[in-house]
Design a protein around this ligand. Structure first.
Ligand SMILES: [Zn+2]
Length: 340
């Protein structure tokens, strides 16, 4: 028993194959402790010989099993260590490097295209007064045209501001009169930024989205200048083969007004949920600036004319990448963002 206990505890503590081999020799070798015990069995009285012999053989089995078990354990330990060891010839682990959001990438491109044809870029406030967002743009209080832009108003409780006078801008057009008040014609400006409307979120609508307002005022600016500008810009951004169509429409701050449609890139014109099965996506409402807007800015509408347009930037990004859902643009999931 003593032999068994000391052998097993030594085996458990063995740290490598060499030590294990030595333990084996010490107990089971030719002159090992257990071997000698077995050899000496003949000197034991005959009546006890069978019992002692059986006991010695059991101890031998236990020691052999313990040796085998420890042997396997040491081997797997060695192979694990090999796996963990560092191969310095391996290429290093690359740190994750981010990139610009698809929205910013497209925005930068749009700005570059307009810059190449002489448009300056301006920024403006997202919190706006009713005057610049509506009234100055030929949408006086109670004008039915306001109904098309469900508006988020700020609470003016406990302030001197009349209720309904401060709002989240519904359009980047809020900058038209602000800029014209400061600059004399000729003016060529774009205003990219976020706009806000009361809207249910679905694949092609959101309460917050990006727009890019643009306008030009000078002597003799004509509708054909507007159509040419839209055609040039959209084809630069979306490819020369992009199909574009115009339709007449009505907006309060332009006269006449047009709407620009681009063939849906999600379904290639066949019709899908994103384009409400029309095969076309409304991308750029536009028109000739209404004389009342020019007047509000202090311009002489007899001497100068101008055009204005608004690009649905968020929609342009989804169309550009064939995304079928506007909500992907505000999803922070890296598995989505890494694709662009
Ligand atoms: Zn479609």
């Amino acid at each position: 028993m003593q032999i068994k206990n000391s052998a097993v505890s030594m085996i458990i503590e063995a740290e490598n194959q060499k030590e294990l081999e030595e333990i084996k020799l010490q107990f089971l070798g030719r002159s090992g402790r257990l071997t000698l015990t077995l050899k000496g069995i003949t000197k034991i009285p005959a009546e006890r010989r069978a019992t002692v012999g059986q006991l010695a053989n059991d101890v031998k089995d236990v020691i052999e099993d313990a040796l085998e078990e420890k042997n396997l354990a040491l081997k797997s330990q060695v192979s694990n260590q090999k796996k963990q060891s560092i191969d310095i010839t391996n290429p290093g682990i690359k740190p994750d490097i981010g990139h610009l959001h698809p929205m910013t990438q497209v925005l930068n491109e749009v700005v570059d295209v307009f810059k190449s044809i002489g448009f300056q870029t301006a920024d403006g406030p997202e919190i706006e007064t009713d005057y610049y967002n509506f009234t100055a743009l030929n949408m006086p209080p109670n004008a039915p045209s306001r109904d098309t832009q469900a508006t988020l108003y700020l609470d003016t409780h406990d302030s001197k501001v009349e209720p309904g006078q401060i709002l989240l801008r519904t359009q980047t057009s809020n900058m038209q009169v602000r800029i014209m008040e400061k600059i004399k014609p000729p003016v060529r400006t774009i205003v990219p930024g976020k706009v806000f409307r009361v809207d249910d979120v679905d694949a092609s609508h959101s309460f917050e989205f990006w727009q890019l307002e643009g306008f030009m005022v000078d002597k003799n600016v004509k509708m054909t200048d507007l159509l040419g500008t839209i055609d040039y810009v959209l084809k630069k951004l979306m490819g020369e083969k992009t199909k574009i169509k115009f339709a007449t429409t009505n907006f309060a701050f332009v006269e006449p007004g047009i709407d620009t449609y681009m063939e849906c890139t999600v379904c290639k014109g066949k019709g899908c949920g994103f384009c409400k099965n029309s095969g076309w996506s409304e991308i750029m409402p536009a028109g000739m600036i209404h004389p009342n807007v020019l007047k509000a800015a202090g311009y002489d509408s007899q001497k100068v004319t101008g055009f204005a347009f608004a690009i649905g930037l968020s929609r342009l990004v989804t169309l550009r990448y064939g995304m079928d859902d506007l909500r992907l643009l505000t999803n922070p999931d890296l598995r989505i963002l890494e694709q662009f």
